[in-house]
Design a protein around this ligand. Structure first.
Ligand code: MRU
Length: 347
């Protein structure tokens, strides 16, 4: 277990408890979601974020939506059930883990509805599936971490971008999971965390969680990464992913592509760490990955402070796609593979 809990389900009150990541690092506050709209809002506004965490949250969101429906109407039909799924699917477009988790909940729900399961049984059955998704996330990211740790030298200075840690998953993390596993194996690790404009997941979240686990970390602004590489301060790069196409092209937080280009220019390994639930085998390459565009004020402001004229035009894509040829290897819970070998781990 990490030193904090990103999300948890309270069995006594049927409530989803989320560590509110919008408030970190200034306040450690939990929000309690009891309605479908509260869960959707939490995902949209990044109270909970990171591809695997969004998937698990959405699974519990289905359970909460079903409970609301049953409390109101004592019954649920296929149309209403699909309505719950669709509301959650409309929250964020890029991280495929959201759609992967919803697909599992939908498949199970529709099968059980067809069997004519009574509402209480249906509720129990879907809650069990959400719990399974949570437990698989914990198990898979530990496995992924152990595979990834094999790639890390005994002493390593590792650059990461955004937050692909326990805050982005049910627990442990993907890129930071590899770092945790390497440190546990006795390796001497120092992390360089990119600040990650505009929403500062690197400076607000990655540094917070690494300091909690006493993993040495140095914060840099995004535009310092190439300079640090040129100065010989970085040995390798590890980041997470939101969606990986069948050829290995990988979408991750905006700025990842520039880091990959800089790593290639300095001959440094660039690794993606992600569970297989992040791979979208239906997309041949990264050109069709939907890229979320977010509110312009995220760029016009730095935190609470306006740093640009209100009238200035803004472009604010939340993700970019790193081409497979810039990726040294992809680390999953099923092992490490070259981007071009991804299809060998297709389920
Ligand atoms: O917009 P966010 O904060 O949800 O973006 C998160 C990322 O880009 C992470 O790097 C990615 O989801 C991997 S999390 C294990």
């Amino acid at each position: 277990m990490t030193a904090f809990q990103t999300l948890s389900w309270d069995r006594k009150t049927d409530t989803l408890r989320l560590l509110d990541q919008r408030r970190l690092p200034n306040a450690e506050i939990f929000i309690e979601c009891r309605t479908l709209s509260a869960v959707s809002e939490a995902i949209k506004t990044l109270a909970v974020r990171g591809a695997p965490a969004i998937g698990v949250t959405a699974a519990y969101g289905v359970v909460i939506g079903l409970k609301e429906q049953l409390d109101c109407h004592q019954t649920v039909d296929e149309k209403n059930f699909l309505g719950i799924i669709n509301i959650l699917a409309a929250t964020r477009p890029t991280a495929v883990n959201l759609f992967w988790a919803l697909e599992r909940m939908k498949k199970l729900g529709l099968t059980e509805l067809e069997k004519g399961l009574n509402p209480n049984q249906l509720y129990k059955c879907l809650l069990q599936e959400a719990d399974r998704l949570f437990a698989e996330d914990q198990r898979d990211h530990r496995r992924l971490g152990e595979y990834g740790a094999q790639l890390i030298p005994a002493r390593a200075r590792i650059l990461t971008h955004c937050n692909a840690g326990a805050l982005a998953c049910a627990d442990y993390g993907t890129a930071l999971g590899v770092i945790r596993a390497a440190q546990s194996a006795g390796k001497q690790i120092e992390v360089f965390a990119d600040e990650t404009r505009p929403l500062l997941q690197g400076s607000r979240l990655t540094t917070w969680e690494l300091l909690k686990d006493e993993i040495p970390v140095t914060l840099i602004c995004d535009n310092m990464a190439a300079h640090c590489m040129a100065q010989g301060m970085i040995d390798l790069v590890i980041v997470g992913a939101d969606r990986i196409a069948a050829n290995g092209d990988s979408a991750n937080k905006i700025g990842t592509y520039s880091v990959a280009l800089a790593a290639r220019a300095h001959n440094l390994p660039f690794y993606i760490a992600a569970p297989t639930s992040t791979i979208d085998f239906s997309l041949a390459d990264g050109s069709k990955i939907p890229i979320e565009e977010r509110d312009a004020d995220e760029v016009r402001f730095f935190g609470e402070k306006r740093t640009a004229p209100a009238a200035v035009k803004v472009y604010n894509p939340a993700f970019d796609v790193t081409p497979a040829q810039l990726i040294t290897a992809i680390i999953t819970e099923k092992g490490i593979c070259k981007p071009e070998q991804l299809t060998s781990i297709k389920p």
